[in-house]
Design a protein around this ligand. Structure first.
Ligand SMILES: Cc1cc2nc3c(=O)[nH]c(=O)nc-3n(C[C@H](O)[C@H](O)[C@H](O)COP(=O)(O)OP(=O)(O)OC[C@H]3O[C@@H](n4cnc5c(N)ncnc54)[C@H](O)[C@@H]3O)c2cc1C
Length: 289
């Protein structure tokens, strides 16, 4: 199918993009088009105006400074994945991106597009949420920064106002000696997953778990923070039994019901296995391993 007729705008500055967005209520932002174009082709979205951000070089950057990785909304997923400075500061970012769709889609897809799309099965919203990252948006009344935990409100729904654009994602670097892991289970490589889990793990001088961050995609209406598991693990000595117990505890975080492809019980089973496995992987990557 082809999309219905629309008007096309190609602003060259963020200010122009915001002005056009404010003028046309029935407009959409086009970033990499990997989610938007299929919805337009299926006529699930029929906007009057499409605002293409591809000329906005001011949103196309990746910077690492002061312990934070800052990614402009228009940075392509593949560019971030291949950036060695980013991988050195926080290797969880590359490992997560390798699970997003296929390389051809990551070549076009942007980091901002994935976050704005807010699919609870998507990997990047879960990465931002797990890392307690932040998202900056900009509208007619200026910029504001929202904690990732507060940004994703529901399926395809964020805390952005209709006249705001997503401009930057900020992800903390890992601390020296901090372990990490992202893995997911999907029926076919590149598909959205049944469930996916992101972990960071840091041991204290006493070799107990000093800090653990755990988040999951595909299990709720937003990216899910597994805070019960984080609390359970903190202060304990890592062991296979402890990680298996954390996996069992994580099952309660699955709030989506059965769907045509997967039952809730199966999703819980997958999640429990991924939590235990990713904790083990993260542990082997800590200084204390
Ligand atoms: C076959 C296939 C498989 C895929 N598999 C996966 C997968 O496994 N995991 C995954 O995470 N994704 C997957 N995707 C989606 C892909 O990662 C997209 O790149 C991503 O969801 C959207 O990024 P985009 O830059 O293409 O955004 P677009 O498609 O251009 O936009 C997506 C939405 O975000 C809005 N938007 C975009 N940028 C901004 C902005 N700066 N400010 C405000 N709103 C904005 C748009 O208006 C639109 O509503 C898949 C896509 C395909 C086609």
């Amino acid at each position: 199918m082809k999309p219905s007729a629309f008007r096309y705008a190609l602003p060259s500055t963020l200010r122009d993009a915001i002005d056009i967005r404010a003028r046309f209520e029935d407009s959409v932002i086009l970033a990499g088009g990997q989610s938007l174009i299929p919805t337009m082709n299926f006529r699930l979205a029929n906007p009057e105006v499409v605002i293409d951000l591809r000329k906005l070089d001011e949103l196309n950057y990746v910077r690492v400074a002061d312990g934070v990785v800052r990614i402009g909304a228009m940075a392509r997923q593949r560019v971030v994945e291949q950036n060695d400075e980013v991988a050195a500061a926080n290797p969880l970012i590359r490992e997560t991106l390798l699970n997003v769709a296929h390389p051809v889609i990551r070549n076009r897809g942007t980091v901002g597009g994935s976050l704005a799309h807010a699919d609870p099965s998507a990997e990047l919203p879960t990465l931002l949420t797990t890392m307690r990252g932040a998202i900056t948006v900009c509208g007619p009344s200026g910029r504001r920064t929202i904690a990732a935990e507060d940004f994703f409100e529901f399926i395809f729904t964020t805390a952005m106002e209709p006249d705001e654009l997503l401009v930057e994602a900020a992800i903390p670097a890992l601390e020296p000696g901090e372990g990490w892991a992202f893995a997911e289970f999907a029926r076919r490589h590149g598909d959205y997953s049944v469930a996916g889990v992101a972990v960071t793990l840091k041991l204290g001088a006493d070799r107990r778990i000093d800090r653990v961050r755990l988040g999951a995609c595909g299990i709720a209406t937003t990216p899910a923070l597994l805070t019960e598991c984080e609390r359970f693990l903190t202060g304990k000595s890592p062991s296979p039994e402890l990680f298996a117990e954390a996996g069992t505890l994580a099952r309660d975080a699955v709030t989506v019901s059965d769907d045509s492809a997967t039952s809730k019980v199966y999703r819980q089973h997958v999640l429990a296995g991924l939590v235990a496995r990713n904790l083990t992987t993260a542990m082997t990557r800590t200084d204390g391993a």
